[in-house]
Design a protein. Sequence first.
Length: 691
Amino acid sequence: MFKNNFILLMIIFFGQLIFAQEMDINKGFQLLEKGDFEEAETFFNNYLKTDPDNKTAKLCYGRAVGLSGEPAKANAMFNALLKEYPGDFEIQINYNESFLWDKKYEEAKPLYKELVAQYPENFGAVLGYANTLSNLKEYPQALEIVNNAIALQPTNESAKVSRKYIKLGYANAFVNQQNYEQGLQYLNEIFEDFPEDKDALLNLANVYLIIKSTEKAKETYKRYATNQKDSITALNGIALAEHIGENDKEALRVAELAKEKVQVVNDAKLTEQTLDRYVQALIWNNKYAQAKTEIKQLDIDYPNRDWVAALKATLGMYTANFKLSLANYDEILGRDSTSFDGNLGKANALFASDRIIPAYLGAFQTLRIFKDQKDALSFIDKLNVQFTPSVEEHVAYTFDNGNNVAFSSNTNFNIPITTKLQTTFSYQFRTTENSVTLNKASSHVLIGGITYKIYPKTNLKAVFGINNSRFTDQSYTQPILDLKLQMVPFRLQNLDLGYQREVQSFNAELIEREIVMNHYGLNYNLGTNFKLGWYTQLMHTQQTDDNVRNLLFTSLYYNVFKKPEFKVGVNYQYITFQDQVPTIYFSPSKYQALEIFGDLRVDFSEKTKFMLSAASGLQKVEEDERTVIFRAETGVQHQFSKRWSGNVYAKYSNIASATAAGFEFTEMGLKVKWLFLKEPFFYKKIKPNDL
């Protein structure tokens, strides 16, 4: 009897012990399900001390180790279990997944492929394979495999989430290839699984911003704004859309509203994003002093932040303080060498600093990190266009109220050898005739020139040529010369100093007289950060007929708008001649002109541009009565392709010229430019092989 009771008690004791262990392991399962991986690791480590051969506990321990931050250790544990239990599916699938935790997707791919081949109906294996392919950016196959997983379990949310991220990645790949329609299609498909999904909406809005479909971008941001925080994110996006849509005043108004709203929201990241957009909007609106003050405070509140450094760099770019920009982009790259803003921003700052090769290298580095990135590719294209050999043909037809008619053509080859050395070769032909006197003349000019960059923003230009002029049965040949030193002595300033030897060729009478002009000149332009500018030209001319001319032209102008570009201003011109020879050419002892002008430049599209410039005022010749002057020019330029462009124009003027006061002059012309090579001579030498 005692023996039977003892056996019964032992059965009950061990049964309770087993039940307690089952209860304990269930606790570990719950920890894993809740994501408390470190606690789960501790739990299963202790559990295995009491039951060291429990395969399930070993698997759970491996998962806890891997998901708590030690994927390599977990991988080794699963590998050991596979040797102990060869062919075990649960161990194999956990082993495969451990490669994903360690971001070793290439190693995981063949393992999942083999596992799916063995167990094509196993949901976990199929979904794991899809996620592996997605991480390898093999989106077409990843989408096919994840659809197979969903077919196995149509209501499984995990599989639908995976499909969402595959489509997000696939859409982004199409956008990087500038196949925007396909990208938009995959983003919109996400809404079938997750109506009004936030990630999809933000990506959708971003694509609309890239293609400058700003109204659709704003509509998408409004869809995103379903709660207080998301409304602020939407306002930040709408502000950017307004900027891209060239409505900077509205961009600032929206950014100010977002800034006001974020003050009552306890979200540090959103607050930083909103303050960032607000200062950007200040810069877009030329409120540089206010932006500078805000940035100083941000530097105190958020020290050593990349976005604050990026704001400083942006302010530097807008105010032509490129040293400031470079210093801050270097600071960003010092913290994160893969920063997009840091790499491409620095490339732009280097280009603005006239350091062309380093600018190229910065763009190439951006493309290494962000393959096929549109802005980086566009930046390289911009550099290539500037340095690709080209030929331009310019033909013009002119007539004036002095019965002179002229036709001219100029064929110009521009051949950059390096970023420092550019060469030009041109042939100019001009024929002119007076319908009353029947005088005819023509000129042929052959020119070769070089421009050498002594150091950034300091160029020396030298042009040498021969002018051959013919009239009736006579001709003469004269050398011509143009020397110029082009400098940027200080920020927002340009200074040109030059000498030019020119043969007068405006009409037949002047060509016949073989008048050579030696010009000694200075051109100076002063820009500001408050839209005002001042341009001045001084010229002293000594002529071979022993006459001397002095000229002063000065213009004070104001940039009213950036888009469309519109500026207005006042011009003043003062000319004196040492000798008065009115029967030969206009040569007053004193000439003055004062006029107001406007200059408008509009982009009809990315490829078509329009310009209209007009000026009117009064001119006074010596002691004569003042007379009204008017001049205007208009033109349309179109970019037919990356290598072909054309420009048609017309201009009229009745301002006094080299012929006479009361002179009226009209010209109509056509310019065609062709980049006859695909890329600069030096491009292959600097372009990395891995791009």
